[in-house]
Design a protein around this ligand. Sequence first.
Ligand code: NDP
Ligand code: BG6
Length: 460
Amino acid sequence: MVSFIVFGASGHLAHKKTFPALYNLYLRNTVNRQSFYVVGYARNYIQPQGEETKIYDEFIKRVSYFCGQYDQADSFKEFNKYLQGLEKSTDPSKSLRIFYVALPPSAYVSVGNLIHDHAYLPDGKTRIIIEKPFGDNYDSSIKLKEELHKKWKEDEIYRIDHYLAKDMVINIPTLRFANPHSLDALLNNHHIKSVGISMWESGGCEGRVGYYDINGVVRDVLQNHMAQIFTVAAMDEPKSEGPDDVRYEKVKVLKATKPASLKDSILGQYTAGQDKPGYKDLEGVPKESKATTYVATTLYVDNERWKGVPFVFDSGKSMSKGKVEIRYYLKGKDSGVFSDVNQDHYISFTVQPNQEVTLTAFVNKPMSSERSCVNASLNLNFKEQFAEEMKHKRDAYEILFEDAIKGNPTKFVRYDEVEYAWRIFDEILDSPTQPLTYPAGSNGPKESEQYLKSHLKLIQ
Ligand code: NDP
Ligand code: BG6
């Protein structure tokens, strides 16, 4: 029997992602419907809402709510009794409790301790899933790890980063390492001059100002989602697909990476533009706020494969469009009959909005008897090639919850990945001065255009 407990059931994430993902696990029979329970835990009572289908009605009977505090032992003792009631007809050794902690990070330690003290299954299995951010800098992440490790074993802790379960992110190792044409043979400093990793969001910070103003873009996405994409894009082939071998290779990349510096970064904050409000126009944002909503920065990996290749990151809210992409820019040819034709060529993995792999290439323009090289692209588009599968596309949270239930932590983040990632970004977490500005709906601060061009060593 599986009890999936959602702490913070009244929250934004629970509403947007968690409950839909749990419902889909049930709908698709990924979990055994007869022995799956979902219990929301929150301080406020909430009323479930949703479409009325037969399976939804069945599912909703398996969902219940428990109203309790996050810092009081009595609440957790009562909650344990409540869970025992659900589990009463099950062999205790076959019970699994998954506690998904989708709360503000300040509550993690207290909730983690109280779960372990009062709601841990002595005979069955208990796992805790923790939402990002894991700490708010290098030092606090170490403290958080130490506090959690006092009670929890590392293999019971599942640190979630939903980017690791996006289709294209799962596919990067496959594309790199599974193919006999060995795309990966190009991905090193002999052939690649630079790598761009972008995460642009067209949406702004509405509705999450309290969280965002303290955290900013570096804590919100660079230290976690983008750092995870980076490790997958730069790692060597792991010995196996098991969690230890994969994460060992990812940690090796982070360990070899020199920390980002403020003087080689651009930090920005959006102002009003294209009928969209500026960051400081949002209710609750202090007028003197220095929160950064845009960042561009460059990292170097000091290993044999990547020495000298800049990894250039840029990410922002309220940008002209939404896109998440990794681009490996190829070095030009400096000898041979075609060495005179030179343009920026790249191999890219697009994570969002579409899932695509693109390889740009010179071709001779059709119908031309003269030599006339033009840039074209070879493109693999998941929507076109996997039309049927893409109709039943699963959300990343659904995939990760399934993995946590099955006990596979490969797509979850190990404590050392978290620590090394904080170490890399510690210097640029906060802007010491007012960030540069950019209008909502643009491509970031005007200074970023030249920054990206020069750091990526672009010709055009
Ligand atoms: P919310 O701000 O909606 O908070 C979740 C719940 O936590 C609230 O419903 C409330 O429940 C409780 N809560 C609020 N403030 C406090 C407090 N000071 N102390 C204790 N409990 C509090 O957060 P989200 O749902 O947006 O996010 C939850 C976690 O998930 C965070 O760690 C966030 O960083 C992470 N996350 C969020 C994403 C998103 O898109 N929203 C994306 C990825 C990660 P009640 O008072 O009813 O008990
Ligand atoms: C969350 C960040 O972790 O990821 C949000 O807190 C961001 O600010 C979100 O918008 C992006 O996720 P996705 O899946 O919508 O690209």
